[in-house]
Design a protein around this ligand. Structure first.
Ligand code: COA
Length: 252
C-alpha cells in the first residue's frame, strides 16, 4: 500500500501519512506525493478543504533519517522544499488531526494548518539542534511568535518535547480528544468548512495571514539554505547514523 493515501469526499481532500512501520517518517517520495496532492487540492474547485492526518498512535516521526544520511545536495526544487512551499501558501482551509509523536516537520507543518485537533497522546518536538540541524518550515519565526521566546527556546534550543495540554494553551491546537476521536473530529470540522462559501474562506485566510506570508517565505529560504548545508556536516551525519544504528552518538 502507498505511503501517502488521498481521498476526496464531500469537498474534503484527506491526506494520510501511511508508513506506520517507520512511524510515518517522511521520505523524499512522500514529500513529493503530499506536495502533488496539495497542489491538486488547490487547483480542483471540487476540493474546498484539506485534512492532514497520520495514525492514532503516531502522527509523524519527521524526515526519514536514512534519506537525510543518503541525501546528495538539496536544491531549492527538492521535494521537501516544494512540500513546504505548497503547505505554507495553501489558500484553502487546512485541518490536521495529530496523535502520538509529532517530531520535526511533524510539528512545524502544524504551524501552517488552520485548525489542529490533537489526541491526548500527542507529543510535539523540534529536535533540530540535537540532530546538528536548524529549524525549518519557518519555525524559527513562527515558534517564538506562537509560543513566546522562552518556550520556543526550550523547544528549539534544548529540543524538549511538549505535550497536548501545552500545545492547547499556546494555541497550536484547537482541542484535545481521545486519540480514537481525533480524525473524526477533524473530518467533522472540515465538512463544516466545506459547506461555507469558498471565496469567503480563501479571502479570510489570506487576510489573516497578510503581512506574515512574505516574512515566512523569506525565512524559509534562509532556513533552507542553512539546513541543506548542515545536513552534510559531521554533527548531523553522526546523529543520523547513530539513530539508525541504534547507538549513542559519538561526542564531537
Ligand atoms: N527516519 C527513519 N526511520 C525512522 C524514523 C525516522 N525519522 N523514526 C522512526 N524510524 C524507524 C526506526 O528506525 C524503527 O525502524 P526499525 O523497526 O527498522 O528498527 C521504526 O521506525 C520504529 O521506530 P522506534 O524508534 O523503534 O519507535 P518508538 O515508538 O520507540 O519511537 C519515535 C518513536 C518517533 C519517538 C522515534 O522513532 C524517534 O525519535 N524517531 C526519530 C525522530 C527524529 O529525530 N526525526 C527527525 C526530525 S528532523
Amino acid at each position: 500500500m502507498s505511503d501517502i493515501l488521498t481521498d476526496i469526499d464531500q469537498g474534503v481532500m484527506t491526506i494520510t501519512l501511511n508508513r506506520l512501520d517507520k512511524k510515518n517518517s517522511i521520505t523524499t517520495a512522500m514529500y513529493a506525493a503530499v506536495a502533488d496532492a496539495l497542489s491538486a487540492a488547490q487547483a480542483d474547485p471540487a476540493v474546498r478543504v484539506a485534512v492532514l492526518q497520520g495514525h492514532e498512535t503516531v502522527f509523524c516521526a519527521g524526515n526519514d533519517l536514512a534519506d537525510f544520511l543518503n541525501a546528495g545536495p538539496v536544491g531549492p526544487d527538492a521535494p521537501v522544499f516544494r512540500f513546504l512551499q505548497v503547505l505554507s501558501t495553501f489558500p484553502k482551509p487546512l485541518v490536521a488531526a495529530v496523535c502520538g509523536p509529532a517530531v520535526g516537520v511533524g510539528t512545524t507543518a502544524l504551524f501552517h494548518c488552520d485548525l489542529v485537533y490533537a489526541g491526548d497522546n500527542a507529543a510535539f518536538s523540534m529536535p533540530f539542534v540535537n540532530l546538528g540541524l536548524c529549524p525549518e518550515a519557518g519555525s524559527s519565526y513562527l515558534a517564538p511568535r506562537l509560543m513566546g521566546f522562552a518556550r520556543a527556546a526550550e523547544a528549539l534550543l534544548l529540543g524538549e518535547p511538549f505535550l497536548a495540554e501545552a500545545a492547547l494553551e499556546m494555541g497550536l491546537v484547537n482541542r484535545i480528544v481521545p486519540p480514537a476521536e481525533a480524525a473524526a473530529l477533524a473530518q467533522r470540522q472540515a465538512r463544516k468548512l466545506a459547506t461555507k462559501p469558498l471565496a469567503s474562506l480563501i479571502e479570510t485566510k489570506r487576510l489573516m495571514k497578510r503581512g506574515q506570508a512574505e516574512v515566512v517565505a523569506e525565512r524559509m529560504r534562509e532556513e533552507g539554505a542553512s539546513f541543506a548545508r548542515m545536513l552534510g556536516e559531521p554533527a548531523a551525519r553522526e546523529a543520523f547514523a547513530s539513530f539508525l544504528g541504534k547507538r549513542r552518538p559519538k561526542a564531537a
